[in-house]
Design a protein around this ligand. Sequence first.
Ligand SMILES: *[C@@H]1O[C@H](CO)[C@@H](O)[C@H](O)[C@H]1NC(C)=O
Ligand SMILES: *[C@@H]1O[C@H](CO)[C@@H](O)[C@H](O)[C@H]1NC(C)=O
Ligand SMILES: *[C@@H]1O[C@H](CO)[C@@H](O)[C@H](O)[C@H]1NC(C)=O
Ligand SMILES: *[C@@H]1O[C@H](CO)[C@@H](O)[C@H](O)[C@H]1NC(C)=O
Ligand SMILES: *[C@@H]1O[C@H](CO)[C@@H](O)[C@H](O)[C@H]1NC(C)=O
Ligand SMILES: *[C@@H]1O[C@H](CO)[C@@H](O)[C@H](O)[C@H]1NC(C)=O
Ligand SMILES: *[C@H]1O[C@H](CO)[C@@H](O)[C@H](O)[C@H]1NC(C)=O
Length: 396
Amino acid sequence: MQLTRTLAASLLFAGSALCAEAPSTHKALIAPKVFIVSMFEPEAQAWWNIPEFNLLAHNITIPGLSPIFPDVHCTEDYEVCQLITGESEINAAATVTTVAFSPLFDFTQTYWFVAGIAGVNPKKVTTGSATFARYAVQVALQYEIDIRELNSSYTTGYIPQGADYPGQYPTNIYGTEVFEVNSELRTIAADFARKANLSDSTTAQAYRPRYKTPSGKYKAATLPPSIVECDVATSDVYYSGNILGSAFENTTKVLTNGTGDYCASAQEDNATLEVLLRAAVHKLTDFSRIIVMRTASDFDRPYPGASATYNLLYSEQGGFEPALKNLYVAGIKVVEGIIDGWNATFAEGVKPTNYIGDIFGTLGGTPDFGPGRKQALIDGGAYKKRSIPNRLQRRG
Ligand SMILES: *[C@@H]1O[C@H](CO)[C@@H](O)[C@H](O)[C@H]1NC(C)=O
Ligand SMILES: *[C@@H]1O[C@H](CO)[C@@H](O)[C@H](O)[C@H]1NC(C)=O
Ligand SMILES: *[C@@H]1O[C@H](CO)[C@@H](O)[C@H](O)[C@H]1NC(C)=O
Ligand SMILES: *[C@@H]1O[C@H](CO)[C@@H](O)[C@H](O)[C@H]1NC(C)=O
Ligand SMILES: *[C@@H]1O[C@H](CO)[C@@H](O)[C@H](O)[C@H]1NC(C)=O
Ligand SMILES: *[C@@H]1O[C@H](CO)[C@@H](O)[C@H](O)[C@H]1NC(C)=O
Ligand SMILES: *[C@H]1O[C@H](CO)[C@@H](O)[C@H](O)[C@H]1NC(C)=O
């Protein structure tokens, strides 16, 4: 495999101008220690013009990347690289597939560092914080009926696929509903990030007290930014409000069998993880080397008394700037921690003690969520044999 890829890479370099700039080491594949996954330009720029390294030393154009982000960026020595997916699940899947399966790279020892901003659950975190996930849950992969066409038995319009009511476990499984990453690595990464002095804004400081309530249910939202280990939801739909916030909190619980702790919402992570999993099946990537960090740019639901539209469209929460800044401020500690500890720890890898992978158990082991490999494969593949009507035939 290694030989084939080296050969393919040489052929690529020799045969065409695919690279804006071909790496000087033609014989060796590019083997980054850390690969930063950014989703859009402001997240990417947070890592440019920093004193530690120059990610723009090499721009490598790869066919298949986003039309607006056509290059992978790498430092002079290729130890740290960065891609920019473009936003939402389709862009993330297409871009990460292009890179993960590219013959230019050797990713067998690479740490994938998803570093993006996110909306956050005020019960768990405040703006400016950096969250580190163990689970990523594709919360909107469900049926949906507008709540106005449902009766009072329904508290949300989202119904798990193959189920009748919210809160039930889905019986139609696509395989991307939940990913679980290395929780030992997550803790190490979060501890690195805790060395950072997080950035904040005066606007955010002025906004947070609005989440004070007598019960203290949003206490986390009123505190200064911090590092929090909690889970991320993925949805193409950029949602806001109490009902969807609560609905997806519940979906996370159901899909992770009660273990997941929903705190951040983004539009890409499960797509990225699905690709890294498919690449891991072919030993191109190591699924135990993934860190998912999301910094908090805004709240997913309003403070008590305010509306969902105000929260989404009109509020000045002051979290966007510090969230972008903290991608670098917290993230650089993670990158440096990995590189400085390479020989001692990270070259060999951090052994996970938890299950890692998807709901099918694709990488081996026994998922600690989902109905078990056997049933998941039945629910995922054998639906045609079942005689349950319409809703099961309409999967796409
Ligand atoms: C890489 O691209 C960036 C813009 O995206 C540019 O600023 C930088 O100079 C380029 N680097 C090289 C080595 O051409
Ligand atoms: C609401 O609709 C569901 C599905 O049609 C039905 O089973 C249930 O009895 C209805 N509940 C009420 C309170 O009307
Ligand atoms: C953290 O940064 C703030 C300003 O952003 C500064 O006032 C404070 O002294 C810093 N604390 C430490 C421990 O570096
Ligand atoms: C989430 O679950 C809680 C507890 O079961 C329930 O009270 C709440 O209505 C659910 N939220 C939604 C939007 O369905
Ligand atoms: C790590 O190991 C490599 C190869 O053995 C060596 O060249 C390098 O100096 C070591 N780095 C550190 C920081 O010890
Ligand atoms: C997760 O919950 C579902 C639905 O309640 C159940 O069928 C399944 O066995 C549970 N899986 C694990 C690993 O506990
Ligand atoms: C999405 O990925 C996160 C990790 O970032 C994982 O916790 C979650 O279970 C995944 N969800 C889905 C539906 O794939």
